[in-house]
Design a protein around this ligand. Structure first.
Ligand code: UGA
Length: 466
């Protein structure tokens, strides 16, 4: 099929490369000239395991091309994906300005040659499907006015299109595997023809009939993926509810972790004990410094904003956020308990990105912890295997001392705090580290280290909730 994906950011680029790999002709439209040039030269401007090679491979095969010419790409396509960013505004609402511009531009570019499906892939508030349809129609009308064609009444006479919602559930760090082996594909539309085209597009994934790429092997036993058709609003709400539920699950584990510390229980054992109940499930019950990233915080707050429009209370969502905010600072309380005075101490942060295998620093717990420690008069060192440089650039106001290895980080530290559970940290040489530190203390903010090994090196170990 001929596909146009507008927005070659994280979601757009992964979607484009995966659809191209499945044999579709994909034009990824990117308006940022710097990003476009870098993609055209084969460089992916952010860190995602395997994506650079994957984009190169699909570009070389001729199935994936990059362009800034939206009208041309729209005219060629049967399916047009909107995958532009919807960042949070200061009041928690989503900034939909990019969606607005793009939807109108798509409308202005449509012609009568075929019926198009406009797919909302960006995470947009409930009701946005209808809104996008209105904007595309406005684009159509604007183009007709500009060409001095007499205004047509109703959509039936203009270019034919329908808007569907197709939320994404991919995680940073495992985006390609999540795209090829999703738990489900959701399409929101009441247009049967459109849902059938979408089902056809995703058929190789739904029936798992494609050759798995070498760097994203098919999970053992996976031979089909459920295809869920809903109305537009339900599809939009599925996206928000999934992220809100996952965030709530983590906050639940974190709340219980505090109680574990009070009563002398171990949250890892509690999580294992409850997670084996299939109704609960063991994923996303890891206690620690809490959730971060560009999605959970943004989506939970957008969901609360939607509810507010209907004067509907969202006590669970509010508690989910409140527990997470409190949780980020538990490691500081532990540092105070162990070191008593933090002023003049040197604390080393192991990891900066909001989770491993990404260089994304958006809403990263490490930044909150660093800011708080600096405010309390400590000196803060940091080392992340991929995010040091990006942190220097984006957060130059934070007075951090950057280290270029775990050993360099440990030098003269009064404590190390594990914030991001990169493999490199899990396999660190703790005996060597113990010798380099001024005071041998490790706070494991992700409960990810081998406690026995750390202790055996003569280091005081403190986890979260144990
Ligand atoms: C999340 C969802 O998992 C994806 O399904 C969704 O598509 C994506 O948001 C999105 O909306 O685009 P992502 O933000 O990439 O994906 O990362 P997650 O793996 O979900 O982790 C989020 C945060 O929760 C991280 O800071 C992680 O360290 C933390 N976390 C995760 C915990 O603190 N405990 C856990 O048990 C699991």
């Amino acid at each position: 099929m001929d596909i146009c994906v507008v927005g070659a950011g994280y979601v757009g680029l992964v979607t484009s490369a995966c659809l191209a790999y499945l044999g579709n002709h994909v034009i990824a439209v990117e308006s940022n000239p710097e990003r476009l040039n870098s993609l055209k030269s084969g460089a992916v401007p952010f860190f995602e395991p395997g994506l650079q090679e994957f984009v190169q491979q699909t570009s070389e095969s001729g199935f994936l091309t990059f362009s800034d010419n939206l009208p041309e790409a729209v005219k060629k396509a049967q399916i047009i994906f909107i995958a532009v960013g919807t960042p949070s505004l200061p009041n928690g609402e989503s900034d939909l300005s990019q969606v607005m511009v793009v939807a109108r531009a798509i409308g202005a570019a449509l012609d009568d040659s075929k019926r198009r499906i406009v797919v909302n892939k960006s995470t947009v508030p409930v009701g946005s499907g209808n809104w996008v349809e209105m904007l595309v129609s406005q684009g159509v009308q604007n183009a007709q006015k500009a060409q001095l064609v007499p205004a047509r009444s109703g959509r039936s006479e203009g270019p034919s299109f329908t808007v569907v919602s197709n939320p994404e559930f991919l995680r940073e760090g495992s985006a390609i595997a999540d795209s090829f082996y999703p738990d489900r594909i959701v399409v929101g539309s009441i247009d049967e023809q459109a849902t059938s085209v979408m089902q056809n597009l995703y058929k190789p994934i739904l029936s798992q009939t494609f050759d798995a790429p070498s760097f994203a092997m098919r999970p053992h036993g996976l031979n089909s993926v459920p295809f869920i058709v809903t109305d537009l609003a339900s599809a939009e709400l599925i996206k928000y509810s999934a992220n809100a539920f996952l965030a709530m699950k983590i906050s639940f584990a974190n709340e219980i972790s505090g109680l574990c510390e009070k009563v002398g229980a171990d949250v890892k054992q509690v999580a294992q004990g409850i997670g084996l109940d299939y109704r609960i499930g063991k994923a996303f019950l890891n206690a620690g410094v809490g959730w971060g990233g560009s999605c959970f915080g943004k989506d939970v707050s957008a969901l609360m904003q939607v509810a507010k429009e209907y004067s509907y209370p969202t006590s669970l969502l509010e508690a989910t956020v409140a527990v997470n905010e409190r949780q980020r600072l538990v490691v500081i309380k532990k540092l105070q308990e162990e070191l008593k005075i933090l002023k003049g101490r040197t604390v080393g942060l192991m990891g900066l990105s909001f989770k491993p295998n990404t260089d994304d620093l958006r809403d990263a717990p490490a930044l909150t912890i660093a800011y708080q420690l600096l405010k309390m008069g400590a000196s803060v060192k940091a080392f992340d295997p991929v995010s040091n440089d990006i942190c220097k650039t984006l957060h130059s106001h934070l007075d951090l001392i950057y280290a270029d290895s775990v050993e360099d980080l440990a030098c003269d530290c009064d404590a190390l705090v594990l914030v991001t559970e990169w493999d490199e940290f899990k396999h660190a040489d703790w005996k060597k580290i113990a010798k380099l530190m001024r005071w041998p203390l490790v706070i494991d903010g992700r409960n990810a280290l081998d406690e026995e090994q750390v202790r055996a090196s003569g280091i005081t170990y403190r986890g979260v909730g144990c």
